[in-house]
Design a protein around this ligand. Structure first.
Ligand SMILES: Nc1ncnc2c1ncn2[C@@H]1O[C@H](COP(=O)(O)OP(=O)(O)OP(=O)(O)O)[C@@H](O)[C@H]1O
Length: 232
């Protein structure tokens, strides 16, 4: 579904990512790990078109993606991005926040599927409340739901557990497992909560200072060795 080869990224003159090569398959969770500041968010920004990569190749669903492809085109090509901090629109209602996802869809598809409210019942109850009035956990659920509205083939989740209470973390974990089982999307999960990421990951990629230092399937990844790599 997603293939990166030798991807590089700069902010101005400072190079942040070095020759990142990795793949993410449909029906699998690729867990991207590493300590603060190693470049995980920057990699998601490059994949989503939020910040253009400087070099390297990206292939999405068999299609080569040009370096300067903007985020709204990548969204139409099937990239759903749930950024760190969620970016819910605080003054818009829950329903209006969800409807912003329609921008990627044909007019005939402009409806909120029942599945969204089945996955996140709280959003149905709160559909007329403002996004800014929701708790952090509810906002995270809203941000994931908004990305799902766009019918992504690749879902990018940046630290969905950050600052969220345990019962909602559990619910989000269940949703990720359900989406994986559905089998029609690749999921790239950036996660610093090791046990959450380790439980869900089918494939682990670890970054250190902008470089890939581990890239292997679950069966080839020993838990304690992985923990050691993400703790340095
Ligand atoms: N807009 C920017 N301009 C300049 N430098 C940036 C910018 N955004 C991030 N950086 C730097 O790039 C590096 C990688 O940051 P990034 O947010 O990608 O790391 P991360 O692994 O996601 O970290 P965290 O877990 O803390 O979110 C850091 O040194 C950060 O300071």
């Amino acid at each position: 579904m997603l293939k990166l080869e030798n991807l590089t990224l700069h902010y101005g003159h400072s190079q942040i990512l070095y020759d990142i090569s990795m793949e993410a398959e449909s029906g699998a969770v690729t867990c991207l790990m590493g300590t603060n500041g190693v470049g995980k968010t920057s990699l998601l920004k490059a994949i989503s078109g939020t910040h253009a990569r400087s070099g390297g190749d990206m292939v999405l669903n068999g299609e080569t993606v040009a370096k300067s492809t903007p985020a709204h085109i990548l969204a139409q090509m099937g990239v759903g991005y749930v950024p760190q901090g969620r970016d819910v629109f605080p003054l818009m209602t829950v329903k209006e926040n969800l409807e912003t996802g329609f921008a990627c869809l044909e007019r005939s598809e402009h409806r909120i599927p029942d599945e969204i409210y089945e996955l996140f019942p709280v959003l149905k109850e709160m559909q007329n409340r403002r996004g800014g009035d929701l708790s952090g956990g509810q906002q995270q659920q809203l941000a994931i739901a908004r990305a799902l509205i766009t019918k992504p083939k690749l879902l990018l989740l940046d630290e969905p557990t950050e600052g969220i209470q345990p019962n909602i973390i559990k619910q989000i974990g269940e949703v990720i497992k359900y989406l994986r089982e559905r089998g029609d999307m690749a999921i790239v999960l950036v996660e610093q909560f090791f046990d959450f990421g380790y439980e869900l990951g089918d494939h682990f990629v670890v970054l250190t200072r902008g470089e890939v230092v581990h890239n292997a399937l679950r069966a080839e990844t020993e838990r304690d060795a992985l923990l050691a790599k993400v703790s340095v």
